[in-house]
Design a protein around this ligand. Structure first.
Ligand SMILES: Cc1cc2nc3c(=O)[nH]c(=O)nc-3n(C[C@H](O)[C@H](O)[C@H](O)COP(=O)(O)OP(=O)(O)OC[C@H]3O[C@@H](n4cnc5c(N)ncnc54)[C@H](O)[C@@H]3O)c2cc1C
Length: 280
């Protein structure tokens, strides 16, 4: 699937915050509704929007809702700095500007007929959630499906009810690990890479999608190489700060690629050399 062309990509469209759900101490989910009737925002799993807080600034945020459910736009946001902390102060009824969607999609079609390994760390579950919704809707198109999820602590686990429902459905093999097991946690303690050892997969028919901190994506990819998954079947989603999101300003350029328009999803061989380049 190619990117969806935007007729006026630099013009923010007004959306109203319908609901705010506090997910963890510093992560919240907004449900946004277009103010102009019929101005729904079609997107593909993996794409992001530029969210504009009037008078404060604009940041790229992945869409974390269901691409095949018409209606509201869902974003899960971590209060990290100037803009996102100001976003956390906003309430239902407030207006924000939305540009996009931008960027490419996770390779959900390439993965058809294959085992699928979705490996996520921390907030990386949010950009991956549209892929999970897609797989659940079209489960018959995929073979074994694993969600390997690493969180810092049990209280940092995102969407716990949905994780339980996906696991209970038997459609997705959900495996969770935490860095620090506190709060009566009886599950796995360790790294996402540890979870890769025990899964069953057909290395010649397997597609993996990884989303999380770069160091996590690097070591997860290496663990998958050890399971003989070819690098070109391993995909990662990259993050860099952005301005225009349309490939003009060069702010998110990484080597020959623009994260905003060539990515954010890249196959591993394409991005490998640039993974550890720090943002300046
Ligand atoms: C394609 C894409 C998708 C994204 N999806 C999401 C999402 O779904 N949810 C979400 O919460 N965030 C997401 N981000 C990250 C988000 O854009 C940044 O957290 C945000 O721009 C920070 O802006 P700020 O003004 O709040 O913080 P700033 O004031 O700009 O930064 C505050 C601190 O956070 C650090 N920081 C800024 N950006 C990042 C980053 N990307 N990664 C790690 N540290 C950073 C800075 O170095 C600084 O120390 C995404 C980024 C990209 C490029």
């Amino acid at each position: 699937m190619g990117p969806i062309e935007q007729p006026r990509p630099m013009t923010p469209r007004p959306f109203r915050i319908e609901t705010v759900k506090q997910e963890t101490s510093n992560v919240f989910t907004w449900t946004l509704r277009a103010q102009k009737e019929g101005d729904t925002l079609a997107f593909q799993p993996g794409q992001f929007t530029m969210l504009y807080l009037f008078g404060v600034g604009e940041v790229p945020i992945s869409i974390s809702g269901d691409a095949e459910a018409s209606g509201d736009l869902i974003h899960t946001i971590r209060a990290a700095g100037t803009v996102t902390q100001a976003m956390q102060q906003k309430q239902a009824g407030d207006l924000v500007g939305v540009r996009g969607p931008f960027g490419n999609a996770w390779p959900i079609e390439e993965a058809e007929g294959c085992d699928v390994v979705l490996a996520v760390g921390g907030l990386g579950l949010a950009p991956m959630r549209p892929t999970l919704y897609h797989i659940l809707r079209h489960r018959e198109r995929y073979k074994r499906v694993y969600l390997l999820y690493g969180a810092r602590t049990p209280s940092d686990i995102l969407y716990p009810e949905e994780l339980r429902a996906w696991s209970d459905s038997g459609k997705i093999d959900v495996r969770i690990t935490v860095d620090v097991g506190m709060d009566g946690w009886t599950g796995e303690v360790g790294l996402v890479t540890d979870l890769i050892r025990d899964i069953q997969l057909d290395p010649y028919h397997c597609v993996s999608m990884i989303c999380g901190p770069e160091i996590m994506m690097h070591f997860t990819a290496r663990a998958l190489f050890h399971r003989r998954i070819a690098p070109q079947h391993i995909h990662v989603s990259m993050e860099r700060s952005m301005r225009c999101a349309t490939g003009w300003c060069g702010h998110c350029q990484l080597g020959p690629k623009f994260i905003c328009k060539d990515g954010p999803v890249f196959d591993y061989p394409t991005i490998q050399a640039w993974l550890h380049k720090r943002e300046r």
